[in-house]
Ligand binder design. Structure first.
Ligand SMILES: NC(=O)C1=CN([C@@H]2O[C@H](COP(=O)(O)OP(=O)(O)OC[C@H]3O[C@@H](n4cnc5c(N)ncnc54)[C@H](O)[C@@H]3O)[C@@H](O)[C@H]2O)C=CC1
Ligand SMILES: CC(=O)C(=O)O
Ligand SMILES: [Mg+2]
Length: 544
């Protein structure tokens, strides 16, 4: 009963109770998993608010894993915003105060010497397929939340299982606790993480290298997923390892793929080929440049020359439009910087004499506007109306999470553009009624990508995660959108998450096989993907 993966609570049968010595330790009546799920749903609904629901589900997860996933499967659209964004953000901020039980692996930069011993306790474990790790410097759009970041690793893994049937006994959540710069945590006597500022430089690099080395040696079959690192570290880690081991950064590559899927659908809906679009990205950080990279690759695949493909992008960060003379421009942003002579006549109305979003929209006349800035409400009525005055179907994607940080609300975007905008958001939003049409709002969240991407990678035993595997996931998702329907979302709905993930998995595995990075090449990939999926059902348990 104390092992959540095996626990059945009052669903232990009479024989199991006898055999496992549970008689007398449970109320006499045996319930089914379905009965338990009904009761758990009642209890879930009785929670006063979203955080209460998150805490309830976390406790259930820690008590009875099959029941937790059964419930999640039955109410996926309702519960995803609780176990994942936006509520997981609140749970991370409240981690030390809501703390009840540890889950996952807590690695500390203050004990590099002890890391080998921690991993040694696992022996060599070939059964672990997937590890999600964060250092929590960039949790969603809410910044640095230290050790509480473990909840994003746990949350992503829950989505992997609910969406793609990744076996929860074959995964591991990790937090790499390098300290925190969050003042409120540094001053909180109940904070349970390393209570000092973030360690950077050589010791941090050594921490990451040691984690990768030990994880690879201990769990030789595990795909290493990186989540919510600060921009510089996210990039540096991905660059270092992507061509050496089976690994990906979800904020850069998963987000890039889901955004590309939405953009492909928008191109279809607006009947303008991708190579003729002008794209403004507001917030040129981890996600923003990750998105630019995948859209640009797709433009090149459409036949545009590599050098010319950059001309379709205008990227804006804190210092305004990125130009080749922008202060503090990062190496990964540089390819997307505009030439300063080209923008010399642009008005400089932004802070410190910079070129702001409104001016870029006026000058560049974008067809696609993407927000990854963490600046809630940044897409103002003036900006949106200016954009919409130049074309029939403006594609607008406020991607920032959690919900209050969304660059715009879908209802405003629909109203300001008289229903013409093709709106896709990062956080979940309800449909919008306008002039008799119901506008479904696609959720451009990497949750549409990473579960299937992971499953396809595991099924094909890919040695590396190649660009074509991300393209395959984007194309698979875009192919599931019916752009012809009035008010249609530009992405499949979260209700379809399991079908989407299975489709993505098959296409990703096929791409891995085609590229020669797969160690398994099943004849029937659809069957192999189905067979690999874990389902929340009770198995007969025997004493050993
Ligand atoms: N929908 C999805 O699947 C995903 C959404 N995101 C969201 O995107 C947002 C950004 O995440 P990351 O890229 O990981 O963070 P990041 O910190 O790497 O990037 C944010 C960028 O926005 C810039 N920025 C901040 N204030 C600005 C302003 N006033 N004007 C212009 N730029 C400004 C920052 O300088 C930074 O470069 C977050 O809210 C996150 O939740 C991230 C990953 C996936
Ligand atoms: C969805 C996600 O990965 C983020 O907002 O960071
Ligand atoms: Mg993230």
């Amino acid at each position: 009963m104390s092992i959540p993966y095996l626990n059945k609570g009052v669903a232990f049968t009479k024989e199991e109770r006898e055999e496992l010595g549970l008689k007398g330790f449970l109320p006499p009546k045996v319930l089914t998993l379905e009965d338990q799920a009904k009761r758990a749903y009642e209890q879930f609904q009785a929670q006063p608010d979203a955080l209460g629901k998150n805490v309830y589900l976390t406790a259930l997860h820690d008590r009875n894993e099959v029941l937790f996933y059964k419930l999640l499967n039955e109410h996926l659209a309702e519960m995803l915003p609780i176990v994942y964004t936006p509520t997981v953000g609140t749970a991370i901020q409240r981690y030390s105060h809501e703390y009840r039980k540890p889950r996952g692996l807590y690695l500390s930069i203050d004990d590099l010497e002890g890391m080998a011993e921690i991993f040694a306790s696992y022996g060599v474990d070939e059964s672990i397929d997937l590890i999600v790790a964060t250092d929590a410097e960039g949790i969603l759009g809410i910044g640095d939340w230290g050790v509480g970041g473990i909840a994003i690793s746990v949350g992503k893994l829950a989505v992997y299982t609910a969406a793609a049937g990744i076996d929860p006994s074959r995964v591991l959540a990790v937090v790499l606790d390098a300290g925190t710069n969050q003042e409120s945590l540094l001053n909180d006597p109940l904070y349970v993480g390393n209570q000092h500022s973030r360690v950077r430089g050589e010791r941090y690099d050594q921490f990451i290298d040691q984690y990768v080395e030990l994880a690879r040696a201990t769990f030789p079959n595990a795909l290493l997923h990186w989540e919510d690192f600060g921009t510089k570290n996210a990039r540096a880690i991905l660059e270092k390892y992507k061509d050496r081991i089976c690994t990906f950064n979800d904020d850069i590559q998963g987000t890039g793929a889901v955004s590309l899927a939405a953009v492909l659908a928008c191109a279809k809906a607006s009947k303008v080929p991708l190579k003729d679009h002008r794209i403004v990205i507001f917030g040129a950080g981890t996600a923003g440049i990750g998105i630019a990279e995948q859209i640009r690759d797709a433009i090149v695949r459409d036949g545009v020359k590599e050098e010319a493909s950059y001309d379709q992008f205008w990227c804006i960060d804190k210092t305004g439009l990125l130009t080749d003379d922008s202060p503090d421009i990062q190496p990964f942003q540089k390819p997307y910087a505009r030439r300063s002579d080209e923008v010399k006549d642009y008005a400089r109305n932004g802070p410190k004499h910079s070129i702001d979003l409104l001016e870029v929209v006026k000058q560049a006349k974008p067809t696609i506007l993407i927000g990854t800035s963490t600046v809630g409400g940044a897409f103002t009525e003036e900006i949106v109306k200016e954009m919409a005055s130049h074309l029939e179907r403006p594609a607008i994607l406020p991607m920032s999470n959690p919900t209050p940080l969304s660059e715009a609300k879908p209802e405003d975007l629909i109203e300001w553009t008289e229903g013409r905008a093709l709106v896709t958001t990062g956080s979940p939003f309800d449909p919008v009624e306008y002039n008799g049409v119901t506008y479904e709002i696609g959720q451009a969240n990497n949750a549409l990508v990473f579960p299937g991407l992971g499953l396809g990678t595991i099924v094909s035993k890919a040695r590396l995660m190649t660009d074509s595997m991300f393209v395959a996931s984007a194309e698979a998702i875009a192919s599931m959108v019916n752009v012809g329907k009035p008010g249609a979302a530009m992405l499949p709905s979260v209700d379809q998450l399991r079908t989407v993930s299975a489709t993505v998995a098959v296409r990703v595995a096929q791409a891995a096989i085609d590229e020669g990075v797969a160690e398994e090449t099943p004849d029937d990939l659809i069957q192999a993907v189905q067979d690999a999926m874990w389902h929340p059902v009770y198995k007969k348990i025997k004493a050993v």
